[in-house]
Design a protein around this ligand. Structure first.
Ligand SMILES: Cc1ncc(C[n+]2csc(CCOP(=O)(O)OP(=O)(O)O)c2C)c(N)n1
Length: 625
């Protein structure tokens, strides 16, 4: 790692020759492979962006110039060369570097990100702010072809093309979102990347003329002029030019010579330009370039053979969701599975593989996905959406205004609901209960294990209204899956254990942890608790809850989400509404403030939501006078 050790800040990159840059890039790739093989992380995106990142830091003067990373999952090289090399081994680990840009971590990180397509809006605002303040720095947004399919990015292009502020958009096009990218914009980028017809025609004409012995300069010059004329007359412009943003490219994103030349020239424009940089996801590590999707957000792996380590036994919640949806589709082709660029992550690739006609990947377009699903539902179909809880936040207006008010029968699997390990504050799925609770007419469920999840999918498929099922990113509990789907009674909770001292009302996967805590309380402290698996957060089984509460003075709510506005607030509100003053409440859940970077189990322990934490809190609560 000889060269890398000399890089303490971007200034050190500016001294390097082209050969040294290439050598540095190899060293960084090897470091990235080592670190991600241990910690997990976004390997293929980072490998693809090494050369581009070095070139950006060579040409621009960060932190004075602002380099904004869209989504931010490709920022590892940026972190390495902006003073965080020695800590890169801690990335994604508790107390370590975040796997996304973080303003608190470094002055080089312009924006905290994690959700897609926000870079252009921020770049646009920063550029106007700079101009109004009479400053001169460059504003550079780096956005992937996947993130460019997001609505807010397209809204930004529309505005930037009108306002025409000076800024540089670097489009990092690797033809991939997580899976292969989709849609008309992606197709347009392929057309641009292939070299538009006139470029090919120009080569042909030049080659022909050069091949004719004795063709003089004049004829050659004339041909050049004809080529310019043809370009104007015949060739459709790039989408970006049409929008008012100058298109430059395509540029080989693994050639320092090309990158440095074009980035340097982009500085000269006093209006918005877009540099189309073509890169390869996973570049430099064969297992990742051969299978960029699996190495997009990679588990730890064996460097020698690229095999993932420690894959859990049994099925994940996502897999059970995907398989259950596949069963629905197999039985009734009105069911159509939808994803916003996460076919594998949501488990819906199970449908994609077997019933491609009943599957749509709409790109990173959560808002559109809900409206599209609404249209399908109005047209008599039964859309099933897989979306991570954190990305549902994008589409709350669609949920309320477009879906719930018309009671459209959408089935939505909210994956990664609750505390999410490894990705930090931007990816937590802790707000969905609070966001969905006031939405009229919907059903919200949370299974205690993967077997209950499949029954919930089936139950939801029988309901003629919007149904959300929230489930976590953690290994399934390994319980056997019933062969037959079972319909769960709507709005009924499940009592798992009865006791006379305290009532534990638990949500989803925390139910089993609450049960373990209750067993220990009985065994070691003689405290008998009633444990309820709520199953339905909406409608709530209030009849059962009030009836069980009649026998105890203390009630504990246990949820994998924010207590403010979440399940705790809802239960308290319901007791208040009936004028109850007799009960004391303890809310176990996520308090206000950022969720730290840690694994899921560490986060559960941090918030006292593992079995040990629940045991401690309930014991203290019961023993309080
Ligand atoms: C709103 C939103 N939806 C989904 C995701 C999940 N996601 C993370 S990276 C990614 C693909 C991004 O593709 P691209 O922008 O082309 O970057 P690449 O990884 O190919 O470099 C997706 C869908 C997200 N971060 N934000």
């Amino acid at each position: 790692m000889a060269l890398l050790e000399t890089i303490h800040s971007p200034a050190d990159i500016k001294k390097l020759s082209l050969d040294e840059l290439a050598a540095l890039s190899r060293e960084i790739r090897s470091l990235l492979v080592q670190v991600v093989s241990r910690n997990g992380g976004h390997l293929s995106s980072n490998l693809g962006a090494v050369d581009l990142t070095l070139a950006l830091h060579r040409v621009f003067d960060a932190p004075r110039d602002k380099i904004i990373w869209d989504i931010g999952h490709q920022c590892y090289t940026h972190k390495i060369v902006t003073g965080r090399r020695e800590r890169i081994g801690t990335i994604r680990k508790r107390g370590g570097l975040l796997g996304f840009p973080d303003r608190e971590e470094s002055e080089y990180d312009v924006l905290n990100t994690g959700h897609a397509s926000t870079s252009l809006g921020f770049a646009s605002g920063l550029a106007i702010a700079r101009d109004r303040r009479g400053e001169t720095q460059h504003i550079v947004a780096v956005i992937g072809d996947g993130a460019l399919t997001g609505g807010v990015a397209l809204e930004a292009l529309n505005h930037i093309g009108q306002v025409k502020q000076r800024l540089i958009i670097v489009l990092n096009d690797n033809k991939m979102s997580i899976a292969p990218n989709v849609g008309g914009i992606s197709r347009h980028l392929n057309y641009l990347a292939a070299g538009r017809p006139y470029i090919r025609m120009k080569e042909v004409i030049q080659n022909v003329l050069k091949a004719i012995p004795g063709v003089g300069r004049t004829l050659f010059e004339l041909a050049k002029k004809i080529e310019v004329l043809m370009r104007t007359l015949m060739v459709p412009g790039s989408l970006f030019d049409e929008l008012g943003i100058k298109y430059i490219g395509p540029i080989n994103g693994h050639s320092f010579r090309d990158l440095l030349k074009e980035l340097e020239s982009a500085k000269k424009y006093d209006y918005p330009v877009l540099l189309h940089v073509v890169t390869r996801k996973g570049e430099g590590y064969e297992p990742a370039s051969d299978d960029p999707s699996s190495f997009h957000s990679s588990a730890p792996f064996n460097i020698e053979n690229g095999k993932f380590l420690g894959r859990e036994q049994g099925l994940s919640y996502s897999e059970v969701f995907g398989r259950s949806v596949r069963r629905l589709v197999a039985a009734d082709r009105r069911f159509i599975a939808l994803t916003a660029a996460m076919p594998e992550g949501t488990g819906l690739d199970a449908v994609q593989k077997e019933f491609p006609e009943n599957f749509f990947d709409v790109g990173i377009a959560e808002q559109y996905m809900f409206d599209f699903a609404g249209g399908l539902a109005l047209g008599g179909f039964r859309p099933v959406l897989g979306v991570y809880s954190t990305f549902l936040q994008r589409a709350i207006d669609q949920v309320i205004h477009d879906v719930a008010l018309m009671r459209l029968p959408l089935l939505i699997g909210l994956d990664r609901a609750g505390l999410v390990g490894g990705d930090g504050p931007t990816h937590q799925g802790i707000y969905d209960i609070a966001l969905l609770q006031p939405v009229p007419g919907i059903v919200l469920m949370a299974p205690k294990d993967e077997n209950e999840l499949q029954h919930m999918v089936y139950t939801a498929s029988r309901l003629e209204r919007p149904v959300f099922i929230r489930f976590p990113k953690e290994p399934g509990r390994g319980v056997p899956l019933d062969e037959e789907f079972r319909e769960l009674p709507l709005g009924r909770a499940e009592v798992l254990r009865r006791g006379d001292r305290v009532l534990l009302l638990a949500v989803g996967p925390l139910t089993c942890r609450a049960l373990a805590a209750a067993e220990k309380l009985a065994r070691e402290d003689g405290i008998e608790a009633t444990v309820v698996n709520m199953r339905f957060l909406k409608p709530l089984d209030l009849e059962q809850v009030f009836s069980l509460a009649a026998d105890v003075g203390k009630i504990v709510t246990i949820e994998d989400g924010t207590v403010r506005g979440g399940f705790a607030s809802i239960i308290r509100g319901e007791f208040q509404a009936i004028g109850d003053r007799r009960h004391e409440f303890l809310a176990l859940g996520v308090g206000e403030g950022d969720v730290p970077l840690a694994s899921r189990e560490e986060l559960l322990a941090h918030f006292g939501l593992d079995a040990a934490g629940i045991y401690r809190s309930v014991k203290a609560f019961v023993q309080e006078q």
